[in-house]
Structures are given as C-alpha cells and as structure tokens.
Design a protein around this ligand. Sequence first.
Ligand code: THU
Length: 140
Amino acid sequence: MSDIIVTESLQVALWQAAKAAQVQAYAPYSRFLVGAAVLDEHGRIHAGCNVENAAYPQGTCAEAGALSAMILAGSRRAKAVMVLGEGSGLVTPCGGCRQKLREFASPDTLIFIASPQEVRTWFTLQQLLPESFGPEHLTT
Ligand code: THU
C-alpha cells in the first residue's frame, strides 16, 4: 500500500487506539496522560503513551512510544498521527516529537489533535515544523 487516504473510519480507528493508549500512560509527576497513535504505510496502527520518570528529563512522550512501536513492527513511514490529551488547550506534539515525527513522515502528513471526547483539529507536519531538517540533508 503506497498511498493512504485517511478516511473517516481510519481517523476513528486512530482516535480509539490513542484513547486506549492514554489510559495506560505512566504520568505520576505531571498527571497529564497522553496517548498517541500512528498509521503506517501498510494501514496498521501503532500506539504509545507517555512514560515519566523520577529523573524527570528521562520521561518519554506518547508520540515517541508510538513511533517506537511502528519501527519495532517493521514499518518506516507515518501516514497520519493522532495525539490525544485532556484540557482546554490543544495537545500538540512538543518540539522534540515534531522532529521525531519528521524522520518518518512527510510535510503533508496529517497530525490530528484530540481529546478523549473527539478529534478537535489537525495540522500538517509542515505547519508544525516548517523549514525542517531531515535525512535528505545528510545525503551529499
Ligand atoms: N506529553 C506527551 O506525551 N505528548 C505531547 O504531545 C505533549 C506532552 C507528555 C510529556 C509529559 O509526560 C506530560 O505530557 C506533561 O508534559
């Protein structure tokens, strides 16, 4: 499957996976539970949650967990991403996660932002990380 159209039903599947992942989050310090889900180039969905640590900087974001699951499953392309968290503000990926997504996504990859109730909005990766640095910059 080379090109994936993110249909309404795929969007719902991504949201459900992110919601199920959020429940598993380990966030005793911030108490801010986040779930993420990535749709790969084969149409499979990989989920992750944030995992905090008593040594605070060692904590990892939900997006990083979802990307790790995707790589472990043998996939290399993120075709769409769902990030789900609580609160009135949009839970958009942190700067580090935008760069992590950049490695496996394209400028037009959709990043959906959700609450446990609904998908709230979306951005392209290009919108979240303009003028970005990526693997192709390392080729001479
Ligand atoms: N967090 C994520 O997992 N993803 C995001 O997109 C935003 C922030 C986590 C990191 C930390 O465990 C907690 O949320 C509070 O920042």
